[in-house]
Each structure stands twice: as C-alpha cells, then as structure tokens.
Design a protein around this ligand. Structure first.
Ligand SMILES: *Cc1c(COP(=O)(O)O)cnc(C)c1O
Length: 433
C-alpha cells in the first residue's frame, strides 16, 4: 500500500515511519522535518551486500554514493555495514574522515576535482581515485610523485548508453561532461598514458549511466561495453585490468505505480552478462564495484510539513501551501521529480482531492508537486512527502534565508537528531559585521 516498507498506519489513522507516529514526531521536533528510518537504510545495505556476495562469489564491493545524503551519522552506518563510500568533493571526504571512515574503502569521483581535493585524498590515503580526464591524470601523477605516493585509479568511461531517463540525470552518453569517450579513442589514449606514469596505478574502469533507472538492459549493456573495452586494453597493452565499477542509478518507488527492479534480480542478470562477456572475450572476471546512492537512503526518508493556506482557484487548481518547499526539496523545480504526499494525521482516509503542493519561497516554480492526490487538508494538518531520503537534505539551500530542517533518525523505534535544525544565528555565521 505504501511506497516504502518502513511506512505504515497506526490505530489513530496516522502515518508511521519505522513504527513511529509521524504526527508525534512533528510535534516533538517541529516542521519542516526530515525523518529517516535507520533500520531501512541498514536493510538496503545488507541486501546489496548479500547480492554482490552471492553473484560475484565475494569478489565485489558495494559503495554508497554519499552525495545522495551525506552526514556523519550516515557515514557511520555505512562504515558499520561494511560498505565502501563514494565521495565527490572535499566536503564529503571531510565528513567521511570526521567519523574515521576507512580510507581504503573510499572512492573519490568528480569531473573537476580541485588540486586541494586531490591533495586531501592522497593525504588521507583514499583507496581509489576515479580519474575523469587527461588534465586530472597529469595533475594527480605529479601530486603523487612529489609526495612519494602512488594513487590507485580507475578511469571514468562514457559507455555511450542511453538509459531512458531524464536528460539532466543521464550521464553515459557521448555529450556529457563526465568521463572519457570510447568511440574517439580518448579512453584508450588515457590508458596508454597512465601505464607509463609513476604516480598512478591503473586498476580498472568505471561507468555510471544515469539515475532512477527502472530497466536492467542498460546496465547489462554497459557491463558488456565496459568489458569489451577491458578486452581491448588487454590486446593493446597486455594488461588485464582488475576492477570494473558499474556505478549506481537503480530506481526507487516514488509513486505507487512505480515498479523498480529488485536489487537481487538486477545483480543476478548483470552478473550473468559479466560472466558471459568475460568468457567470450577471454578475460578473468574482474572485481565488481556497484555504487547505489538513492536506493540506499531514498525509501528510508520522508519530509513532514505543516499545512498553511489553502487557495482554491475555481476551475484552475487548488494550492496547498506548506512551511517548506524548494529550500528543502528542490527536485520538483529542478526536474519535475514526482512525489507522493498525504495528510499524515488523516492517512487512513481516502484521497479525494487533487492539489498543487506549494512551498513558501518567492518563486512561482517553488512546488513540491502538481496534480497530487491527497486527503482533504486544512491549515495546521501535518503533510508528509514520501521517499525524500535521497537528494533532498543533500540539495537543500537557504534560499530566502530559510533555515534548513533537522534530520531525525529512527533506530528500532527510538528517535535521535542526527543533523540539528539551523538557527537564524547559523544563517548569519559567515556574514562580516
Ligand atoms: C550519483 C552517482 C551514483 C549514485 O547514483 P544513484 O542514482 O543515487 O544510485 C553513483 N556513482 C556515481 C559516479 C554517481 O555520480
């Protein structure tokens, strides 16, 4: 009935998450409020870990793409679950470091890492740096050599796959700012250069074909293309690369009609494609890395708001305004991302209304969604927007000088604040007097 397994209804007809009454949580912590179910996050980690072990005979690693939701608490959970961690900035690396995340399990991504970030990665002993381009390759080699280090690297490759998803989140095609192209010979040239360098050791290749993908075929196809390139590398240089990193992008259920692939099924099919292609191309099966972000944290979270004005425009639409908006969830204004919403204090009632859920920022586009089916709502009701665990807090801003909401984490029904609510004082912290 719900988009996520951690959601439910209690005897009062209130929406629950992780067994806790959302209306009570809103009363205790205030709104807007992000709530995350830690048990759900851990279940997702475990399910990915088990699948990778099952289908790759233990020769694989799941790394959590921390950009989906990065804070100390999540880095700790992921470390405890034995996953690796993807970071794409010095800030994410700093967060990981601040909880002592094992550096050998960190992968540093990004299409334009700064000199300072590369130095920080080398100094922390980041296990793998995913090199995006020639400039970065030369820079990293110099930085490593001058520090007497050798950086283990993967190359980010554009496999040229159309993952049938929104243009903004499609990254595997040739017209992309990410990675090295296969068709043009760019990727092979990068391999040739890396092989001769003293400061880098080329371990393998990486691709990430997009996000919120519901099909298995693009992933299978990407694995075949990448292994084809690994075979070409072997033919050309005599080197057999050890690691194939297939990226993330697994879709989650935002709406009841969404039907995402079970992780286990994905893993089985892609492992089959890997096995077949390796056999056909005379390669040993590489060590496999996958990088889920959204699917680890997305279904585990929701956002609670308090309803304010209800504005019925006859024959046009009804606007229901909440005490948050694009500041805490910019995904609708960015790419019309769909969400399901409900009146948390009347969650058992039928959804009889169609509303546009509006935020409170000075932008007409500041909406959480349009044409949303909802229970009848009045000012003061608690509105829940579901499956907001990924790319919400992570993308939040202080537009209109609205403080960012806190994140409350639930573990076995017990709640704790893992990111506190910003204060007005926080907003002016960096302003000079
Ligand atoms: C964003 C990203 C991911 C995670 O993508 P999801 O869609 O959240 O699973 C994984 N790897 C790389 C390199 C990314 O940029």
């Amino acid at each position: 009935m719900f988009v996520s397994d951690c959601l439910g209804l209690n005897a009062l007809g209130h929406l629950t998450i992780g067994g806790r009454d959302t209306v009570e949580l809103a009363q205790t912590y205030g709104t807007p409020l992000y709530v995350m179910d830690e048990d759900e996050i851990r279940r997702a980690c475990e399910s990915y870990r088990e699948s990778v072990n099952r289908y790759y005979g233990g020769r694989g690693l799941v790394t959590y793409a921390s950009k989906a939701f990065c804070c100390k608490a999540v880095c700790r959970i992921v470390a405890e679950e034995g996953l690796g961690l993807d970071v794409v900035s010095g800030g994410e690396l700093y967060t990981a470091k601040s909880v002592g995340f094992p550096p050998e399990r960190i992968f540093f991504h990004g299409n334009n890492k700064t000199v300072q970030e590369l130095i920080e990665a080398l100094e922390y002993g980041v296990g793998t740096i995913v090199v995006d381009n020639f400039d970065e390759l030369m820079l990293l080699d110099q930085l490593a050599v001058s520090r007497g280090k050798v950086a283990e690297i993967l190359f980010r490759i554009k496999p040229g796959i159309d993952a049938h998803t929104h243009d903004f989140v499609r990254t595997g095609q040739i017209d992309s700012k990410f990675g090295l192209a296969l068709e043009t010979g760019e990727a092979m040239e990068a391999v040739r250069q890396a092989v001769g360098m003293k400061g880098v050791r080329l371990k393998g290749v990486h691709c990430h074909i997009g996000s919120q993908i519901f099909d298995i075929e693009p992933f299978e196809h990407a694995a075949e293309v990448m292994l084809g390139f690994m075979a070409d590398v072997k033919a050309e240089t005599g080197r057999e690369l050890e690691i194939l990193d297939l990226g993330g992008g697994f879709g989650i259920k935002y709406l009841p009609e969404h039907d995402p692939v079970q992780y286990d099924r994905y893993m089985q099919r892609v492992a089959g494609a890997v096995e077949r292609t390796c056999k056909a191309r005379g390669l040993r099966t590489p060590f496999i890395v996958i990088e889920p972000g959204r699917s680890i944290v997305g279904p585990a979270g929701l956002t609670l708001y308090t309803a304010g004005a209800v504005k019925e425009i006859p024959g046009v639409r009804t606007y229901l305004s909440v005490d948050g908006g694009m500041g805490d969830n910019p995904r609708y204004i960015l790419y019309q991302a769909p969400y399901e919403a409900m009146v948390a204090n009347r969650a058992a009632e039928p959804k009889t209304r169609t509303v546009t859920l509006a935020g409170r920022c000075c932008e007409s586009g500041d909406l959480i969604g349009e044409h949303m089916q909802m229970q009848e709502a009045r000012a003061g009701d608690i509105i829940a927007v579901l499956a907001t665990g990924a790319y919400n807090y992570a993308m939040a801003s202080n537009y209109n000088r609205i403080p960012r909401p806190p994140v409350v984490m639930l573990r076995e029904g017990r709640a704790r604040v893992v990111v506190r609510r910003e204060s007005y004082e926080d907003l002016v912290r960096n302003d000079e007097d």
